[in-house]
Write a protein that binds this ligand. Structure first.
Ligand SMILES: *Cc1c(COP(=O)(O)O)cnc(C)c1O
Length: 358
């Protein structure tokens, strides 16, 4: 190649999303395909949100509010956090990029779990940092081992809580104790994409209250999962003014569009819909646990909308077979798969096809 790109990006490969429903239908000549691969809300968004979006169609020619003022104001009231400590971004994905771009210098070390959301590692490599992947312990983030991995070069620690793909959590006491032991010049990011699905009460639900005591903490949340707005690309973070100030220096303007801002505002208010999404998830989870037990499969009890399952055969092979039957799941390493919890109808279709291919 004549044109040289940054050497750091040479080992990165483009993101490969799972096949789309339409493609699988075509490829295997199927009428019905169920996708349980990307942890989306099977109910879609709240009907109120859909109505709200229609009201903003005339705004499309106008650049959106770059500061998402109304939404930040709403979040400020909801969580009792000053607006200056809230940032709205194009999903958590944009925030992962921004934190990485603003802080990771060449050869900085960045710590994460060894089975977790892959984007933390990619942005680390992209910035010339060194990913330090700390093995999970019993499929959970091992905070003790992470503390032991901190060096003078550590810049960021990513804590995916609950963790994708294993569905496990770090408890409130564990997290506070951890924060008390992390040096103040190391950023701790709590990625809480699935927080609304957590059923255990020892989960740190109030991390937004910790920003004032721990100015090195960043809390990331998203409207992509329980709120069913993955396609609109919107999420929010809490962090100190200092950190958000640095991030804002490099943030592209107008990433979060007007429809997304309006939808998010409406979504926060529809508590009934949230409750329904939570209940459907709990019900589906119990059903799938039960079916896995009958099949003799071990699964990791999940605090999210997906389950990490040992299918006693190669995960990728099972994934391929299920796909020909019209079910898309996510293969994991070795004998594991990750399956998103769908509507009861989708869950039953998945179990039916699973039994067929076994
Ligand atoms: C889905 C997911 C995200 C990304 O969410 P967006 O807000 O859609 O960018 C971030 N972190 C984890 C752990 C996720 O599973």
């Amino acid at each position: 190649m004549i044109i040289s790109s940054r050497p750091e990006i040479k080992e990165l490969i483009p993101y490969e999303p799972g096949k789309r429903i339409e493609d699988v239908k075509k490829e295997y000549d199927l009428d019905k395909v169920v996708k349980l691969a990307s942890n989306e809300n099977p109910l879609g968004p709240s009907p109120k949100v859909k109505e709200k979006i229609k009201k903003h169609l005339d705004d499309l020619a106008i650049y959106p509010d770059n500061k998402s003022t109304a939404l930040r104001d709403r979040l400020s009231h909801e969580f009792d956090v000053p607006q200056e400590e809230i940032l709205v971004t194009g999903g958590s994905s944009e925030m992962i990029n921004l934190i990485s771009e603003a802080y990771i210098c060449k050869d900085d070390e960045v710590i994460m779990g060894d089975m977790t959301f892959p984007r933390y590692k990619q942005t680390t490599i992209m910035m010339g940092g060194i990913p330090i992947e700390v093995p999970l312990k019993d499929f959970r983030y091992d905070l003790k081992a992470i503390l032991d991995s901190i060096t003078d070069k550590t810049k960021i620690i990513w804590i995916c809580n609950p963790n994708n793909p294993t569905g496990t959590i770090v408890s409130n006491d564990e997290f506070i104790d951890f924060l008390n032991n992390v040096p103040e010049d190391v950023i701790v990011v709590s990625d809480e994409a699935y927080r609304e699905y957590v059923t255990k009460d020892n989960y740190p639900h109030n991390t937004h209250e910790l920003i004032k005591d721990y100015p090195n903490l960043v809390v990331m949340r998203t409207f992509s999962k329980v709120y069913g707005l993955a396609s609109l690309r919107i999420g929010y973070s809490f962090a100190s003014e200092e950190i958000l100030g640095e991030v804002n220096r490099i943030r592209s303007p107008f990433i979060v569009n007007t429809l997304a801002q309006a939808a998010a505002l409406e979504a926060i208010d529809d508590k009934e819909f949230l409750k329904k999404a939570y209940d459907v998830n709990v019900e589906g989870k119990e059903y799938l646990y039960n079916e896995f037990e009958k099949l003799g499969f071990k699964y990791i009890p999940s605090e999210t909308n997906h389950i990490f399952v040992d299918v006693k055969t190669n995960g990728r092979e099972l994934f391929n077979k299920l796909q020909t039957k019209g079910v898309i799941i996510r293969p994991q390493k070795e004998n594991y798969i990750r399956v998103s919890i769908g509507t009861m109808e989708e869950n039953k279709f998945f179990i039916e096809k699973l039994k067929e291919v076994l």
